[in-house]
Write a new protein. Structure first.
Length: 256
């Protein structure tokens, strides 16, 4: 009985898979027809289909070709994607200057991820001349649209005096905002400020709270954050640890 059920299940699964493949192929053909007529949105979508191998064999060169067609028509998402193609060398030859050119065009159209990206490129001199001041301009544009990573970067710029006059007070304001939005790197930095009493009163309970929140979601740096968490915990009583954990739990439950 079991082998029969298994065969039926496999047959049903293959049938569904075949149906999905046929559906993807038809969607690809429809998108391609519109793209060939000059529809910028279809050209962008066709680029994505080639990039992901949906309904067609994966082909990054063709993906970049169609992204370029859409980007030439001013499609912001296509401009941003083409910029990343030039950054990573996917389907085109790596060219950071060309990458920055396309990403800047998308940023100038208000695409939030492109604005943040331009901030980082200006900060690090990737494809453009390094300029902390210009980086902050782009970070502010992204932050105005609610980008927590951009808010965090502005905070760090104020802490370090990069592109702005150094101001721990102003830096704390931006770091706090990003931390309260749930951005792990900002939560980690905010915790460190409480641990050291930098820009805020030294408070190990608050430091524990923010380290705990950061550790819960930052897998990449979780080990380092947990080391900081243990260090802070050594300054606290059991009751204070419980209070910090309650504060972290309440923060997670609080509507953002």
């Amino acid at each position: 009985m079991l082998p029969t059920l298994l065969l039926l299940y496999l047959g049903f699964t293959l049938h569904l898979s075949g149906q999905q493949a046929e559906s993807d192929r038809k969607a690809f053909e429809r998108t391609k027809a519109s793209a060939e007529k000059g529809d910028a949105e279809a050209q962008y979508e066709l680029g994505l289909l080639y990039a992901n191998g949906t309904g067609v064999s994966r082909d990054r060169s063709k993906s970049a070709k169609w992204m370029r067609k859409a980007a030439d028509q001013g499609h912001a998402h296509a401009q941003y994607q083409l910029g990343w193609d030039y950054t990573t060398g996917e389907g085109v030859k790596t060219n950071l200057t060309e990458a920055a050119t396309w990403i800047r065009l998308a940023a100038e159209q208000g695409l939030i991820e492109a604005q943040f990206d331009m901030g980082l490129r200006c900060l690090n001199g990737r494809g453009v001349e390094a300029s902390g001041a210009e980086a902050v301009v782009w970070f502010r544009k992204a932050a105005a649209q609610g980008s927590a990573p951009a808010e965090y970067e502005i905070g760090i710029c104020y802490f370090e005096g990069t592109g702005v006059s150094r101001s721990i007070e102003e830096g704390i304001k931006w770091i706090r905002t990003a931390a309260e939005r749930g951005f792990a790197a900002a939560q980690d930095k905010f915790a460190l400020c409480y641990e050291r009493g930098e820009g805020v009163p030294k408070d190990y309970v608050q430091a524990y709270k923010w380290y705990a929140l950061a550790a819960a979601q930052d897998d990449q740096h979780a080990l380092d954050i947990k080391v900081s968490l243990a260090k802070v915990e050594s300054h606290l009583s059991k009751e204070q640890v419980a209070e910090a954990q309650r504060l972290a739990h309440d923060f997670i439950k609080k509507p953002k």
